[in-house]
Design a protein around this ligand. Structure first.
Ligand code: ATP
Length: 283
């Protein structure tokens, strides 16, 4: 049983503010911190902490941020299959309001150089039982990885963008939030191409759809500190549960617990719960 995550790694520069500034406005932060982040890195970390044997395929810069991300991945038990790029490690400028809302600007940096796949990367993708991807690396690489995969392909279509049919036909499970689902034409349309779909609904939980079934998985009420990375924690924990051959509805319930636990803590990677924390949580 194994999971390979192909995706981005960023260092998050996080400012706490009373409220997110409007265009042209400057606000003073009430706190500042840097954390390991990036959707690929976050999701690989979440999968490993949830118990999956996890490899991360990505690209970092030859800089302190890159070293920090490698350290963070290995510290969480992820095997980093990471190439060193001439571009700087990706960064994300994140603003978190007092109510837990966020606004994010991503600088792709090294992530944009992941334009082809090496033999070793191809082998890690082809040999995995589950391949999990997002859309913060070049789309052509996501398509190539989906074509190479022999196990199940799970795509988190974030950040929101239109997708070619050649990609969706290789996807076994699509995970989107409401905004992404709408941009891609809605759940009913998506289910004409992909066999299964999870629509995450923030605090309200998630909707699990196949062509024949709809299951509502209610949200878990927790005190919200920071929702950054909730979706990533959800996706990583979801594939870890699927890798244990849990049925999809059950895997989504497990992912909902992991994601709810993550919003109770600040930051993306620091907030991702361990398997023990997920198993011990009884709402
Ligand atoms: P983000 O971009 O903030 O990481 P997202 O937009 O990709 O998130 P959401 O639908 O907001 O995804 O959240 C993903 C999952 O995280 C939800 O399905 C839910 O299980 C959990 N979650 C998010 N917000 C909350 C919350 N306030 N309370 C409890 N669970 C939450």
């Amino acid at each position: 049983m194994s999971v390979t995550v192909v995706g981005s790694g960023n260092v998050d520069l996080v400012s706490q503010v009373e409220r997110i500034p409007l265009p042209g406005e400057t606000v003073l932060s009430t706190g500042f911190a840097t954390h390991a982040g990036g959707k690929g890195n976050n999701q690989a970390t979440a999968a490993a902490r949830a118990g999956a044997t996890t490899t991360f395929v990505g690209a970092f810069g030859d800089d302190d941020n890159g070293a920090r991300l490698r350290e963070s991945l290995t510290g969480s038990g992820v095997r980093p299959l990471v190439r060193t790029s001439d571009e700087p490690t990706g960064t994300a400028l994140i603003t978190v309001s007092a109510t837990g809302e966020n606004a994010i600007v991503v600088n792709a940096g090294a992530n944009a150089t992941l334009t082809d796949l090496t033999q070793e990367e191809r082998a890690a993708i082809a040999g995995a039982d589950l391949v999990l991807m997002q859309l913060e690396i070049p789309l052509a690489t996501v398509v190539a990885a989906a074509e190479i995969a022999s196990g199940r392909v799970v795509l988190n279509a974030a950040p929101a963008q239109r997708l070619p049919c050649e990609l969706l036909t290789h996807v076994d499970l699509l995970v989107v939030n409401e905004h992404e689902a709408a941009l891609l034409g809605g759940a009913d349309h998506l289910l004409t191409v992909v066999p299964a779909l999870v629509v995450t609904l923030g605090a309200k939980g998630a909707l699990v759809r196949t062509r024949d079934t709809t299951t509502e998985v209610p949200g878990i009420a927790v005190d919200v500190v920071d929702t950054t990375g909730a979706g990533d924690t959800f996706c990583g924990a979801l594939v870890a549960a699927l890798d244990e051959h849990r049925p999809l509805d059950d895997a989504v319930r497990f992912a909902s617990v992991a994601a709810a636990l993550s919003v109770r803590r600040a930051g993306a990677v620091p907030a991702i719960p361990t398997r023990e924390e997920i198993d011990d949580f009884h709402p």
